[in-house]
Ligand binder design. Sequence first.
Ligand code: MN
Length: 244
Amino acid sequence: MECSLTALNSVRISVQDTGAGLKPEQLAQLFQPFNRLGQKTKEEGTGIGLVVCKRLIDLMNGKIGVESTVGKGSVFWIELDLTIDPQTDIAPHHQSESLSQLHDGALLYTLLYVEDNPANLMLVEDIIARLPDVRLLSASNARQGIKLARATLPDVILMDINLPGFSGFDAFNMLSDDPQTAHIPVVALSANAMPRDIEKGLEAGFFRYLTKPIKVKEFLDTLDLALKFAKTEAARLAKKEEVS
Ligand code: MN
């Protein structure tokens, strides 16, 4: 796969294979629905994949194309306009009002996200990139997440539930059993979105239970609450230490 700037304001993403390649007459039929270019027996399919791709790219004012050499393989590419900023559906100053109220000077919050799905991680990275005072750490499984939590003591943890190996519930229990990490608010974030799942999560002691797909506003509001909670909790623990 290759990614390059084609003009000042557009990007081309190409995917190359070393397959059989396509003849010019096959190339001409490539974006026709239900046309499988004579490939009837080997691979299953209906022949609409590329048609759907083309339609999607057209809707985004992009371009899609292919260059192919018989016997050598093909390069499929798409071209899309660049945006100035990541386009998430939040007003740019949404967070500055609420989060700034609890920011003292150079205070920096750490959010640890335990998530095995790169797409969700990327979305959260995009959102957090807009919050200058929040630093994001991530782990792709529970074991790594717990290790990182113990080493960095983040202010808030965001926990996927379906993880490879230990589940988000297992990880949460291990964090709660450890006096070092027991005070950290853990927000569950899961595709298990039935009312019973949410109830089970809250019963287990998660600070909040958010469901996927991630809703940016709900996510930011919850993060705001969790950070406020973490700050109060930190102050309470510091006071307790002073007294004892
Ligand atoms: Mn997962």
